[in-house]
Design a protein around this ligand. Structure first.
Ligand SMILES: [Zn+2]
Length: 72
């Protein structure tokens, strides 16, 4: 079987991007708390970009609904 892999890293992008959680536009390189979440393998694969606020809330235990753009 293929084991799923979770990744969470800071995206060094100077382009305006939209948070997958709240939909806010932000520049990842200027938001040190923002993270690019990835889940690869298994039955589901997707990537989501979280702004600093959404990542902070989620990492402290608040469930986060992903409403914004997801990458495959
Ligand atoms: Zn957000």
């Amino acid at each position: 079987m293929t084991y799923p892999v979770l990744s969470l890293k800071h995206l060094k992008s100077d382009d305006n991007q939209r948070c997958s959680g709240c939909g806010a536009e932000f520049v990842p390189s200027e938001d040190s708390g923002s993270r690019q979440l990835g889940l690869r393998g298994g039955d589901v694969s997707f990537g989501a970009l979280l702004c600093g606020g959404c990542h902070s809330k989620w990492s402290h235990g608040t469930p986060l609904t992903l409403k914004g753009p997801l990458s495959a």
